[in-house]
Write a protein that binds this ligand. Structure first.
Ligand SMILES: C[S@@+](CC[C@H](N)C(=O)[O-])C[C@H]1O[C@@H](n2cnc3c(N)ncnc32)[C@H](O)[C@@H]1O
Length: 304
């Protein structure tokens, strides 16, 4: 539990994650019935950009710091940028970067609710302070994977689970996510599940994505953005969000924003991006992540 999101808040990976998050919340808001947002790894909720951690890495400068007001930016990006900047004129004037809980809390309508899980005591205390006066938001200092067993299905019967772990366990984290998703889907098959993942070496994420193609869930979409080539294990080269039970038009909603983000977030070379369905409405595999060794391709008996 050494990870502190304050070192990374507002970086290029946060930008991708939070733009996708806004698209998902807006899609839930297309219907007037209330929804529930569940954040399994919530963090502290709001991060000072002039604090020691942010100044040490300055990662936000290549993330939210690049979101200049592009005149022809797609409406989703403009709405997201405005919701982050608030009264600041531009990202340089931004004092705090809001984390996923605060971004979503600002969008909740009367009747919607949020359940936030954070295991680290100090981060959870900050989160609790932030939402002390907000009766729609509930903070739990506990393991987010375990908490899903108690929180699902939510009373509202509609909503979204964000799984955004720090991957301190590296590839072993994927096994925990797979277990958590399996049990969550049994409790709440109709929920939307969005999982953030880091991309260092492409081969580290392939088994996870391939596993999702056998999860029995329909409509699995992945969105990735890579400022750097995915060939070095030593740095964060890019990141992705994979969405299970994704809204049917999410690819259309995200395509133009992703294209523009890739150009805004490019560094020493044009950033790459990917947006594709892994499974379609009928549960058929569409885009199998590039080939694995033959030994990993055999399917377990009895599964699709
Ligand atoms: C990447 S940060 C979360 C960022 C946040 N979702 C956002 O987008 O603003 C991951 C957080 O998970 C917390 N954490 C680590 N293991 C956890 C667990 N098993 N359950 C809940 N929280 C955990 C860490 O303390 C850290 O604050």
């Amino acid at each position: 539990m050494n990870y502190r999101h304050a070192y990374h808040a507002g970086n290029f990976a946060d930008v991708l994650k939070h733009v996708v998050l806004m698209a998902l919340i807006e899609s839930l808001q297309a219907k007037p019935t209330p929804f529930c947002y569940i954040d399994t790894h919530a963090g502290s909720g709001n991060y000072p950009l002039d604090g020691f951690e942010a100044r040490k890495t300055a990662e936000h400068k290549d993330g939210i710091g690049r979101l200049h007001p592009a005149e022809k930016a797609p409406p989703l990006l403009r709405r997201w940028r405005a919701s982050i900047l608030g009264s600041a004129d531009n990202a340089q004037g931004l004092k705090h970067y809001p984390g996923s809980p605060l971004q979503v809390a600002r969008l909740l309508r009367p009747g919607d609710s949020a359940q936030l899980c954070e295991l680290h005591a100090e981060e959870a205390a900050k989160l609790r302070d932030l939402f002390r006066a907000n009766p729609q938001v509930h903070v739990h200092q506990r393991d987010g994977y375990e908490a899903l067993k108690a929180l699902l299905p939510p009373r509202e019967k509609r909503g979204l689970v964000l799984i955004d772990p720090p991957y301190e366990a590296q590839e072993a984290e994927y096994r925990q996510i797979e277990q958590a998703l399996k049990s969550a889907l049994q409790r709440w098959p109709g929920g939307i599940y969005a999982v953030w993942y880091p991309i260092k070496l492409r081969s580290q994420v392939q088994p996870f994505l391939r596993g999702l193609q056998h999860s029995g869930v329909k409509r699995v979409l992945r969105a990735e953005l890579l400022p750097h080539p995915d060939d070095s294990p030593l740095r964060l080269n890019g990141s992705g969000m994979v969405i299970l039970n994704a809204p049917w038009n999410l690819d259309e909603v995200l395509r133009e924003p992703l294209r523009v983000l890739a150009s805004l977030l490019s560094q020493e070379r044009p950033a790459e991006w990917k947006l594709e369905w892994l499974l379609d409405e009928a549960g058929s595999q569409l885009n199998v992540p590039s080939p694995l060794p033959a030994s990993r391709l055999s399917r377990p008996p009895g599964r699709r």
